[in-house]
Design a protein around this ligand. Structure first.
Ligand SMILES: Cc1ncc(COP(=O)(O)O)c(C=O)c1O
Length: 459
C-alpha cells in the first residue's frame, strides 16, 4: 500500500494557502467573462467563486495563487487526484498515437476492458461504452433493460441522482432539476431509500431498511399498486447527491432478493460510489450482491477524461450490432488514462486506504456533530461523506442556508466541498482517494471551525 510520504508528494503540502481572499482579482476577471459570456445555468463557480489555474493530487491552485485542499474532487471524478503522474504519462503516450476510433477496437481499448472485467464480478462479463458521460451510461442501462424485458417501467429511489439527460433526468428526484423543463420520460416510479436519519416509518432506526425494502416488495406484489411490472429497479448502493446516505447493507441484499423474485432487472448506478470511492472497488460489494447491470463513469477517465461504461450479464447480451450507436464511444486517451488509474488503484490498494482514512475523517466529523447544535448527522463510508445541517437537532428542521455557508466559508479558508441532500442541507465531501492524511484532517478541522462560526452567528 502506498505510504503517506509518497502521497504527500502527490499534492502541494502547503495547502491551504490563501494569499488573497477568494475570489482574488485575477479570478474575478475570469469569473466576469464567464458571467457575461456563458449560460446562466453555470453553477459550481457560484458556490465556489474562483478560476482554476492547475491542480496537483488533492490540491488546487486558483488564478491568484491561492492553494486549496480539494475535498470535492471534481464531483468524485478525481479518485487518483489531479495530474496524477502515471495517468498523465499514459495519456500523453496515447495522445500521440490515436485519439478517436468510434467502437473499432485497439489494444488500448481492450486493455481497459480486460482490467474492468478483472475488477467486476465474473457474472458481469460484458462491457459497453455508450457515450462520454454518466448520464449516457444510465441511458444505455435503461435501454438494455427495456430491450431485454420488453417492458417499459423503471423504479428508482427517493433522493436518487442519475443524470440530466431525458431518461436519466426522469430518474433524478430533485425537483430543482425536474421542474419546468417539460414532460419527463413516463413510467418512472419512486420508492423510499433507506435514509435512516429521516425515515418515515416510525420504526426503530435499525429496522428502517426492512420497511423501505418491504415497500418495494409491496409495490411489485400488489396488482393494484398502479405500477405495472417494470423493466428494472435502479439504485445507488450509497446515495451521492441525495446526501451521502449509507444504507444498511441488508437493504441492497433485500432489494436484490425482491427484484430476482419478481423477475425485474437490478441496475446499480456506481457512477459516483464506484471505483474505490467507498472503500471497495464497487459499493454493492458491501452487500455481497451481484446486480444485473452496473453503470460506471467519473473516476473511469483517470484524471477527468470523459468516458462511461456499463457492465452486464451475458444473458442480456442480445442487442443486434448497431442497435445503439453514437460518435463518442471510444476516447482513446480516456481509455489509456482510465486503465493507468485503475492499475495504480489496484497496485497501491487505494480502496482499502480510502476505507481506513475514511474512518478517521468520519470520526473527526462525528466529533463536530457531537459538539455542534446545527449538525444533525455526520455520515459516510470510505471517502464519501456528508454533514447534514439542521436548525435544531431535535426537530431536524433542514438548514440549507447553513450547508451553503459551510461551503462558502470553507472555500474562503481554502477547503473545497459541495452541497447536496434531499433538502440541499448536506455539506458533501468527495476528496481524491490519494489525499494525504494530514491534509484530510486539516480539512476536517477547518470545516469544524467554520461550523462553529456559523453556529455563533446563528445564536
Ligand atoms: C450516481 C450518479 N449517476 C449518474 C450521474 C450523471 O453523471 P454525469 O454528470 O456524468 O452525466 C451522476 C453525476 O453526479 C451520479 O452521481
Amino acid at each position: 500500500m502506498i505510504d503517506e510520504k509518497t502521497l504527500a508528494g502527490l499534492s502541494w503540502p502547503e495547502a491551504p494557502k490563501i494569499l488573497v481572499e477568494p475570489p482574488g482579482p485575477k479570478s474575478r476577471e475570469i469569473l466576469k467573462k464567464q458571467a457575461d459570456w456563458e449560460s446562466s445555468a453555470v453553477s459550481y463557480s457560484r458556490g465556489m467563486p474562483m478560476a482554476i489555474a492547475r491542480g496537483k493530487g488533492a490540491t488546487i491552485e486558483d488564478a491568484d495563487g491561492n492553494i486549496y485542499i480539494d475535498m470535492f474532487g471534481g464531483a468524485g471524478v478525481m479518485a487518483v487526484g489531479h495530474a496524477h503522474p502515471e495517468v498523465l504519462e499514459a495519456a500523453h503516450r496515447q495522445i500521440d498515437k490515436a485519439t478517436h476510433t468510434l467502437d473499432i477496437p485497439s489494444e488500448t481499448r481492450e486493455e481497459l476492458v480486460e482490467t474492468l472485467r478483472g475488477l467486476l464480478p465474473a457474472e458481469l462479463s460484458r462491457i459497453f461504452f455508450g457515450g462520454p458521460t454518466g448520464s449516457d451510461a444510465v441511458e444505455q442501462a435503461l435501454k438494455l433493460a427495456k430491450w431485454n424485458t420488453g417492458r417499459n417501467g423503471i423504479i428508482a429511489f427517493e433522493g436518487g441522482y442519475h443524470g440530466m439527460t431525458g431518461a436519466s433526468l426522469a430518474l433524478t428526484t430533485d425537483s430543482g432539476h425536474r421542474d419546468g423543463v417539460g414532460q419527463l420520460v413516463p413510467d418512472v416510479h419512486f420508492v423510499p431509500y433507506d435514509y435512516t436519519y429521516r425515515q418515515p416509518f416510525g420504526c426503530p432506526d435499525t429496522e428502517s431498511d426492512l420497511y423501505a425494502a418491504a415497500w418495494l416488495d409491496r409495490v411489485l406484489s400488489d396488482s393494484h399498486s398502479g405500477i405495472s411490472k417494470p423493466a428494472a429497479v435502479i439504485i445507488e448502493a450509497i446515495q451521492g447527491e441525495g446526501g451521502s446516505i449509507v444504507p444498511n447493507p441488508r437493504f441492497l441484499r433485500n432489494i436484490r432478493e425482491i427484484t430476482r423474485r419478481h423477475d425485474v432487472l437490478l441496475i446499480c448506478d456506481e457512477i459516483q460510489c464506484g471505483l474505490g470511492r467507498t472503500g471497495k472497488m464497487f459499493a454493492f460489494e458491501y452487500s455481497g450482491i451481484v446486480p444485473d447491470i452496473v453503470t460506471m463513469s467519473k473516476a473511469l477517465g483517470g484524471v477527468g477524461f470523459p468516458i462511461s461504461a456499463i457492465a452486464y450479464r451475458e444473458s442480456l447480451n442480445t442487442w443486434p450490432a448497431g442497435k445503439t450507436i453514437g460518435t463518442f464511444r471510444g476516447n482513446m486517451v480516456a481509455f489509456a488514462a482510465g486503465n493507468a488509474a485503475l492499475k495504480f488503484m489496484v497496485r497501491e490498494e487505494i480502496p482499502a486506504r480510502a476505507a481506513a482514512l475514511g474512518e478517521k475523517v468520519l470520526s473527526g466529523l462525528k466529533e463536530i456533530e457531537k459538539k455542534s447544535s446545527i449538525v444533525g448527522e455526520a455520515r459516510g463510508i470510505g471517502l464519501m461523506m456528508g454533514i447534514e445541517m439542521v436548525k435544531d437537532k431535535k426537530t431536524k428542521e433542514p438548514a440549507p442556508e447553513y450547508a451553503k455557508k459551510v461551503r462558502s466559508y470553507a472555500h474562503r479558508k481554502g477547503v473545497m466541498i459541495e452541497v447536496g441532500g434531499h433538502h440541499n442541507n448536506v455539506a458533501r465531501l468527495l476528496p481524491p482517494l490519494v489525499i494525504p492524511e494530514e491534509l484530510a484532517l486539516k480539512g476536517v478541522a477547518i470545516i469544524g471551525e467554520v461550523i462553529e462560526q456559523i453556529e455563533r452567528e446563528a445564536t
